[in-house]
Design a protein around this ligand. Sequence first.
Ligand code: SF4
Length: 323
Amino acid sequence: MKVFTYQRATTPAEAAAAALRTPGARFIAGGTNLLDLMKLEIETPPHLIDVNGLGLDQITATQDGGLRIGALVRNTALAADERVRRHYGVLSRALLAGASAQLRNKATTAGNLLQRTRCPYFYDTNQACNKRKPGSGCAAIAGFSRQLAIVGGSSACIATHPSDMAVAMRLLDAGIETVRPDGAARTIPIADFYRLPGNTPQIETALQPGELITAVTLPKPLGGTHVYAKVRDRASYAFALVSVAAVVMQDGSGRVALGGVAPQPWRVPQAEQAMRQGAAAVSKLLLAGAKPTEDNAFKTTLVQRTLAGVLVQARDNAQKVTS
Ligand code: SF4
């Protein structure tokens, strides 16, 4: 691990200003991803800004009937919150599908959103990787790409975003509240938060230098039946090959978002218009323009079959509630 300096921030604006002052500085809270990256020298921040003391660990009701989730709320606490379980079940289920109990006890809401890809070549510093070292190439495209993206990638990068929680947040139209180094606050809709890789896969979000996430807001509950299905190579502590988050209404309309298939949580409005036509129609629209490799072409079928299972589960759950 490279040598770094360390400070504890006392206010969000102070943390953001400190991050801007030292190029390459990183915020640290749970550290469940960053510390691994530092040990492997994939991330070599010269300065760490500890944000654990900022008091951003509350879940509160908003005036419009939604929830504001502090950036430092741990994944375990968020999944267990009574309001989240009752009204945003897809979020609770997605959180519990992620990582391990130990990691969820440490991992924070903001950190979960910002975790880096698990592309194996990103973690191997002997391999070319445009995300780790811009301009060096992408070893994954002609390499072992079973886990990687089938849609939304580019000729520079086909990494997937690894978060389960972010897929549910995208489904629910969350907002990302931030503070910038000048103290100004803003809210970024999650639909605009993640960037596709294009020619700059190292730039992953809309955050500006120094900008700190302070909270995530959820709009008022959607109702409907909430399902999160995750398909992975082993039953626990593995990242998704494919995941499907869905909210399905009594009349068959609803929303759907995918994980494990794209560089960002993947949602396509036109696909949701076809919800009543079944999984095949929805999957076709969700994956329009997909460019799978030979290794990961199976994900196209897997999306359709997982979604079909989710729609059956949603219908069964809705019937149990009404009977
Ligand atoms: Fe790096 Fe992206 Fe290529 Fe993986 S897919 S090696 S993260 S550039």
